[in-house]
Write a protein that binds this ligand. Sequence first.
Ligand SMILES: Nc1nc2c(c(=O)[nH]1)N[C@H]1C(S)=C(S)[C@@H](COP(=O)(O)OP(=O)(O)OC[C@H]3O[C@@H](n4cnc5c(=O)[nH]c(N)nc54)[C@H](O)[C@@H]3O)O[C@H]1N2
Ligand SMILES: Nc1nc2c(c(=O)[nH]1)N[C@H]1C(S)=C(S)[C@@H](COP(=O)(O)OP(=O)(O)OC[C@H]3O[C@@H](n4cnc5c(=O)[nH]c(N)nc54)[C@H](O)[C@@H]3O)O[C@H]1N2
Ligand code: SF4
Ligand SMILES: [Mo]
Length: 709
Amino acid sequence: MSDSVVAATHCPYCALQCGMELSATPDSAPDAGAVLVAPRAHGDNAAALCQKGWTAAELLTSTDRLRTPLVRAARGEALAPTSWEAAFGTVAATIARVQAEHGPGAVAVLGGGGLTNEKAYLLGKFARTVLRTPNIDYNGRFCMSSAAAAANRAFGLDRGLPFPLGDIAAADVVLLVGGNAAETMPPFLRVLTAPRPDTGGLIVVDPRRTPTAERARLHLQPTPGTDLALALGLLHIVLVEGYADTEYVAARTDGLAGVRPIAMSYWPERVERITGVPVAQQREAVRLLATAGRAVVLTGRGAEQHAKGTDTVSAFVNLALALGLPGTPGSGYGCLTGQGNGQGGREHGQKADQLPGYRRIDDPAARAHVAAVWGVDPDDLPGPGPSAYELLDSLGRPGGPRVLLVFGTNPVVSAPAAARVEERLAGLDLLVVSDLVRSETADLADVVLPSAQWAEEDGTMTNLEGRVIRRRRLRPPPGEVRTDLEIMAGLTDALGRGPAVETDPERVFAELGRASAGGPADYAGISYERIDAEEGVFWPCPSPAHPGTPRMFLDRFATSDGRARFVPVEHRPAVEDVDVAYPVYLTTGRVLAQYQSGAQTRRVGALRRAAPGPFVEVHPVLAERHGIAEGDDVRVVSRRGVAVAPARLTETIRVDTVFMPFHWPGAGRANVLTNPALDPTSRMPEFKVCAVRLEPVGRVVRERAEATR
Ligand SMILES: Nc1nc2c(c(=O)[nH]1)N[C@H]1C(S)=C(S)[C@@H](COP(=O)(O)OP(=O)(O)OC[C@H]3O[C@@H](n4cnc5c(=O)[nH]c(N)nc54)[C@H](O)[C@@H]3O)O[C@H]1N2
Ligand SMILES: Nc1nc2c(c(=O)[nH]1)N[C@H]1C(S)=C(S)[C@@H](COP(=O)(O)OP(=O)(O)OC[C@H]3O[C@@H](n4cnc5c(=O)[nH]c(N)nc54)[C@H](O)[C@@H]3O)O[C@H]1N2
Ligand code: SF4
Ligand SMILES: [Mo]
């Protein structure tokens, strides 16, 4: 049909970036204007989508999406439609005033790992050259920052998976620590459980018997926050039972001598006492891993989102190094990056300490290189800024930022100690949010800027393998909606300063390539043309003639001497352990049918029906102790706040632990409970463990409340 166009693109949601073919329904069809989604095989991804992918197009035509800029005449008044000119004018005037009074740092920026590479790059450049503020960070700080920090210190470089997905499918044994792929990357479950020879299989470490753990050959079910001890215990067994690959350790690594004495003090019985994982299971896990031909160790957020997340990942990297896995073809260590562009989003300079190409902002050579590409004086580039939670916590305080620009994140739902974050946002002179919908954060904003959706823009994303892929536009955005690149350009014009902003994604990508040239994440040899021709290109790719790098570290690691480092790490308890007043562990995570803060997926009918609201998973034994029955409302109380949600009784969770998904605002918002204690290296908050107590509210009370609503 002549009016039906087709775009070969990828899903807007998670880092698996499943291939999609989008087509517009013809003008003559009853549902004219709708967009049809079909799965499309791409690279190592089969043609498959999860329910979120299948239903992603619904938001394109939803009445809920933003179509014009909104502005609030005064605090307390409603957001009302306005023109772009007026919206930009208001923002520019306030930025100019606040910076004149308080300096450039009075304006802050918070970005997101769902933004395309082009947007993430431009956002970092915009903050440093137009706003001239050091205060920029992004939501990836809450995501894989601990794994990134651990990979950097062990291998000298952070690419989530340093090998393609196909290597995981071909491995004999996979150890997955704190990941629930069956719900968070459903098509990836096939890769994880690909038929394996009878020696091997999948080993899952999770305090819950998740649908992923159900598929495992071995499920270790530790107390939340004890993975570090478990990893030390597994290394202990490797060393004592002679499983270490001594040749590899000698040839390719340094530092085992510093790690050995620590591991030796984590004998299996002691580890069982700390973690609850039986000795026999520890031994079985090591035997499976050590006797496999090809083995892969993977971490997810369950291991990483802790105030000791970096050290925990280091402990699993140490285990992988002792077994000779990293940099050995078919084996390795990897982190499962989460957000759509969680990989690319952490490379191009929207991080507090970073310049494009995964360069450090405090490195004089990096500053000189990037400043030359940007046409500015290196001395005019600001230095490193605070991490995401620290930034949020400083808003509106004396000396802290007074204006915040948010692009692509919804911290009112997703940040730890969310009630405190909300209070900080209210203390700002001006909150500006660019979003697709009126997220809970946009709801608090003074100015809301409507941004184009994935099917309406071109760009690139870097998936969990480090494969740079193309997002392709099916049709232009509706009405007055603009792309984030155009929004940054509009703000720059209104401010009347800084280098002119390029809004053509392909030209932004070419500039990003030049800015990244010579850095650890080198995109200089990648072009839209090449990506189209080659099903994506793996970075580093320093020149057009370079083939790209699907497998890293085969000859050398990215450290100065090419050798990987064992990092000596010690176990310690969760920052907030259980006690008499707060006797139960709370952990948090995801369900299949909702994505992140839920701003997008709560607005999709089929997903709302599949996962309508928050809940608390409770073991029947714990429930009985508290007089809680299935479906009863439970007050979950932590030192930060109170959440109320119905109980879901299940024997799949540990008796000492409850679980809440974090996708909802309102009474059941899990993040009013979570602990903002930060990892000293990655600045990751302790999302995955805090102490709570349970108070039954009872069904009667809830029914009464519902009747009067
Ligand atoms: N449906 C859906 N899919 C998503 C997302 C989504 O929001 N919804 N988000 C995407 C993003 S950004 C990310 S980061 C990924 C996250 O993907 P995952 O890491 O798979 O997701 P989570 O549910 O956060 O955590 C995984 C598991 O960690 C377990 N866990 C909790 N505490 C601990 C602990 O102390 N130790 C261990 N070993 N395990 C623990 C939980 O029980 C949970 O089953 O998913 C991506 N995919
Ligand atoms: N308790 C608890 N909290 C957690 C976690 C947990 O496991 N437990 N996980 C953490 C993790 S891993 C993550 S990644 C964070 C995620 O938390 P958030 O960053 O809040 O996640 P999203 O809901 O993806 O927010 C993205 C927002 O940007 C909008 N958006 C999407 N694409 C674009 C775009 O291209 N441009 C613009 N301008 N806007 C866009 C969406 O509509 C949405 O409002 O949550 C963290 N919070
Ligand atoms: S697994 Fe991730 S990328 Fe694939 S369809 Fe689901 S949300 Fe989209
Ligand atoms: Mo994430």
